[in-house]
Design a protein around this ligand. Structure first.
Ligand code: FAD
Ligand code: NAI
Length: 478
């Protein structure tokens, strides 16, 4: 017998679980089918983000930063530590504990919000009038037939494979393997200087690996503001110690018994051979659609394999929606969650709006990199006249007290109207500071608005205040 729901969400990541909770809050009888299991085969809600993405990577970034600081910076405070030891197993256990707390938290929220949870793989079976029949192959081997008036697809993404090399998560690793290396590898190779490559490369470098990053594009962090990318590269190479090669061409990769040999051509065209103890492949991610049986109902995909949706996340089928990494737009957890809320509210007949131009980006390296809005290069290309205010963390008292007086805040504002068009930060707690810029831009604030707001002293937020003042050449501390 088929179980019937108003809304069924396929995928329980930050897109799917949030959509399910919101749909239930709005009074819909809601279910979520999610395939992810923990090491014991039990359901582990939260998708890539909680299990093998955002949260575990931040746990390891924190552990490795603490180790790095103890090794290199505690002395500045007069603290001596003796011989430092790194217990990788304990670090990984702490990471796992954080994952378990988070994924358990989603299970609790499902119960609290009366979301029915199915642990297994969901797929379309047929259309039945205005509804859809889905099939869930459950982890216990049984199959459930589920009927849904509305389907929200939130199946996320997986690593893009590099042709000619198999990811075994022993020697050649994707994000999952990179988050679970049992001992610090002596030589770590990373293919792709994107967000994962830089974050995971930083983790293992801080713990003592020699890390070589091989990036195909000639430019470093092409999506970021050029000045920010230049500054970040300087810190990542000189302070963190990553070796970053841009403009490379990856050739044959041979996995041996204990190491991996990568043949590559450098930017000057010279052939190079590198041998690594572990190799991380982080060259982008591809949408998860293969298990959905999309053809059974005529669900349209794009040329890039994403589910084809409009700005409101509606697919080509009535009452079938898709959100998060499986559709166009940045692959970010907060973007997925906001789309999830918006879709649930649209199903309820509401008219939510997501400002896709105002989505913050954060890269959790040291120092952190964060931005929102337009870069200088984008404004120039669009012929927009702008003014620029910049402030260095080296002139911020709180940053110096933290031992983090590096990097800057840059604010870009329309030359005529003074409306803030972009904020770019490389420096301490950029991940937190960017929130003020996001709020300001959402309310169409001018640089003068920020300049006239009282900011606590001493605080890192004063750097944003000073950047706003500098837009009108009235910076007080620069
Ligand atoms: P996912 O989180 O991928 O969840 C999809 C879920 O659907 C999974 O549980 C999957 O098992 C399940 N599923 C797939 N197919 C089916 C099916 N047919 N039936 C049932 N279930 C299915 N983003 C940030 O914003 N900040 C960060 O700091 C950050 N760090 C990251 C670090 C790493 C290492 C990685 C890999 C990613 C990171 N991301 C980060 C990106 C972020 O994880 C994704 O953007 C986000 O998880 C996308 O959410 P989603 O709900 O669309 O999909
Ligand atoms: P990415 O798109 O950030 O970077 C991939 C990099 O690999 C690019 O620089 C690309 O030029 C390079 N590349 C592609 N093919 C290559 C090849 N053959 N040889 C060498 N280099 C090649 O993708 P990444 O790092 O895999 O992360 C995927 C997504 O996950 C990110 O785009 C981001 O949306 C999300 N993420 C977000 C985080 C955050 O918000 N802090 C952290 C980690 C991931």
């Amino acid at each position: 017998m088929s179980k019937e729901f108003d809304v069924v969400v396929i995928g329980g990541g930050p897109g799917g679980y949030v959509a399910a909770i919101r749909a239930s809050q709005l009074g819909f009888n809601t279910a979520c089918i999610d395939a992810t299991s923990d090491k014991d085969g039990k359901a582990s809600l939260g998708g890539t983000c909680l299990n093998v993405g955002c949260i575990p990577s931040k746990a390891l970034l924190q552990s490795s930063e603490n180790y790095f600081n103890a090794a290199h910076h505690f002395g500045d405070h007069g603290i001596s530590t003796g011989t430092l030891k790194m217990d990788v197993a304990k670090m990984l256990a702490r990471k796992q504990d954080i994952i378990t707390k988070n994924t358990g938290g989603i299970a609790y929220l499902f119960k609290k919000n009366k979301v029915t949870s199915f642990h297994g793989v969901g797929a379309f079976k047929a259309k039945a009038g205005d509804a859809y029949v889905l099939e869930a192959k459950l982890a216990d081997g049984t199959v459930e037939e589920i009927t849904a008036k509305h389907v929200i697809i939130a199946t996320g993404s997986s690593v893009r494979q590099l042709p000619g090399v198999a990811i075994d998560n022993q020697l050649v690793l994707d994000n999952e393997g990179a988050l679970a290396i049992p001992a610090v590898p002596k030589r770590l190779g990373v293919i792709g200087a994107g967000v994962i490559g830089l974050e995971m490369g930083s983790v293992w470098k801080r713990l003592g690996s020699e890390v070589t990053v091989l990036e195909a594009m000639p430019t470093f962090l092409g999506a970021a503001d050029e000045q920010v990318a230049r500054e970040a590269k300087k810190f990542l190479t000189k302070e963190t110690g990553l070796v970053i090669n841009t403009g490379v061409k990856i050739g044959e990769i041979k996995a041996g018994k204990k190491d991996v040999t990568v043949n590559w051509t450098d930017v000057a065209g010279a052939a190079q051979v590198s041998v690594f103890d572990k190799l991380v492949v982080a060259i982008g991610r591809v949408p998860n659609t293969s298990g959905l049986n999309a053809d059974a109902v005529g669900l349209k995909l794009t040329e890039r394999g994403q589910i084809d949706v409009n700005d409101d996340c509606q697919s080509n089928l009535p009452n079938v929606w898709a959100i998060g990494d499986v559709v166009r737009g940045p692959m970010l957890a907060h973007k997925a969650s906001d789309e999830g809320v918006a879709v649930a509210e649209r199903i309820a007949g509401q008219h939510p709006h997501i400002d896709f131009n105002n989505i913050p980006w954060v890269i959790y390296t040291s120092p952190e990199i964060a931005w929102v809005g337009q870069t200088e290069e984008q404004l120039k290309a669009a012929g927009v006249e702008y003014k620029k205010g910049q402030f260095l963390f080296s002139a911020n008292g709180r940053a110096l007290a933290l031992g983090e007086g590096k990097g800057f805040v840059k604010m870009l504002a329309d030359k005529t109207t003074d409306r803030i068009l972009g904020v770019h930060i490389v420096g301490p707690f950029a991940s937190e500071l960017i929130a003020e810029a996001v709020v300001a831009m959402e309310f169409n604030a001018s640089s003068e608005d920020i300049a006239r707001i009282v900011h606590a002293h001493p605080s890192l937020s004063e750097a944003l205040h000073e950047a706003a003042l500098a837009c009108d050449k009235r910076g007080l501390h620069s």
